[in-house]
Write a protein that binds this ligand. Structure first.
Ligand code: CU
Length: 367
């Protein structure tokens, strides 16, 4: 059988049983990963067996109109798998990720994908640039642990535009023996959530109302002009204002350890849980570094993803925010955790309910 360079790159030469090319993982067991919509992660093991696998995923690029706030503002969105952010992918260190990238025939533009966790060829961008109606397969080895961004990188103005239109997501590369604290103790999470933060730039008309467009091409010039001013119209989690509040709040129980993965492809973000903390935080998202402990707020550098573990200790509704409160409250970077369980009075209690000021002789003497 002839194995052309293209076949090897595209990963289609693997069907020949017993074919062993040194340095490639053709003979490894294969596992299809079913991707799910954020904030959820695909079912996965935290610690796993020593032997590496080839993890297969299918990603498709889709251009579509999406509503991004409660006023019905429309974005000419660009997505992986029809969602913003793109789905989280989970592998273990030493695994190979084999990605089938599809550019839907209904799209109007070339798209590709740059995996920050991958090495070489623009993180795969050079090997995956495809036109509407095409697909491509690449495989790369997960050599470094951590949580890493992926995004579209088609070239020139298309790069920031496609990213600011929604084309980013994460790959979580877990250590084979799971997460550890700084002293080597294993850390096991009970739930995991992926919060993808996006800044959007929707142009306004002369009356200050958000404009809508019939296609990405129609939106391009106005959007690019606004993007260059670096003032987003929206900063949101999970693709729209209130995607993760109220009935859509992330949930957990008192005493459960929750893994929170947070990405931002362009701008910096600063994550804070109002009334909570980060017990273990990999601010840069890379597990070979010891986690910081007991943080109040952690920085998510633009172009990266952070990981934090927190065991909720009190029940109630917690706001999970970008602690630029202007971005949180005015632009949308705001979510909720709904925590069930029993209140611990020792950690906090209201000693006296609100009521009239009681007379205090010292205060009474003040002018
Ligand atoms: Cu794209």
């Amino acid at each position: 059988m002839m194995i052309s360079r293209r076949h090897v790159i595209a990963g289609t030469a693997v069907a020949t049983a017993g074919l062993a090319l040194p340095g490639w993982g053709q003979n490894l067991p294969r596992q299809k990963l079913s991707l799910v919509a954020p904030p959820f992660l695909p079912a996965h093991e935290q610690a796993t067996q020593p032997g590496a696998k080839i993890i297969e995923v299918r990603l498709f690029t889709q251009e579509k109109e999406m509503v991004i706030d409660n006023e019905g503002t429309k974005l000419q969105a660009m997505t992986f798998n029809g969602m913003i952010p793109g789905p989280a992918i989970v592998v273990h260190e030493g695994d190979y990720l084999e990605v089938t990238l599809v550019n839907l025939a209904t799209n109007t533009m070339p798209h590709n994908i740059d995996f920050h966790a991958a090495t070489g060829a623009l993180g795969g961008g050079d090997l995956t640039l495809i036109s509407p109606g095409e697909e491509v397969v690449i495989r790369w080895k997960a050599t470094r642990t951590g949580v890493f961004l992926y995004h579209c990188i088609p070239g020139g103005d298309m790069i920031p535009w496609h990213i600011a239109s929604g084309m980013s997501g994460i790959v979580l590369v877990l250590p084979r023996d799971g997460l550890k604290d700084g002293a080597g103790k294993s850390l096991h999470y009970d739930r995991a959530y992926y919060i993808g933060e996006n800044d959007f730039y929707v142009p306004r008309d002369k009356d200050g109302k958000f404009k809508s467009y019939d296609s990405p091409a129609d939106a391009f010039a106005d959007t690019l002009e606004l993007m260059k001013k670096l003032i987003p119209s929206h900063v949101v989690f999970e693709g729209r204002v209130d995607a993760l509040t109220g009935d859509h709040a992330m949930q957990a129980k008192v005493g459960e350890m929750v893994l929170m993965l947070h990405s931002q492809a362009d701008r910096d973000s600063r994550i804070h849980i109002v009334g909570g903390h980060g017990d273990y935080v990999w601010e840069t998202g890379k597990f070979s570094n010891p986690p910081e402990i007991n943080l109040e707020t952690w920085l998510v550098r633009g172009g990266s993803a952070a990981a934090a573990l927190y065991t909720f200790l009190e029940p109630g509704i917690y706001a999970y925010v970008n602690h630029n409160m202007i971005e949180a409250v005015e632009l949308g970077a705001f979510a909720h955790f709904k925590i069930d369980g029993k209140w611990n009075d020792d950690l906090m209690t209201q000693v006296r309910a609100p009521g009239p000021i009681k007379a205090d002789p010292q205060e009474a003497r003040k002018p």
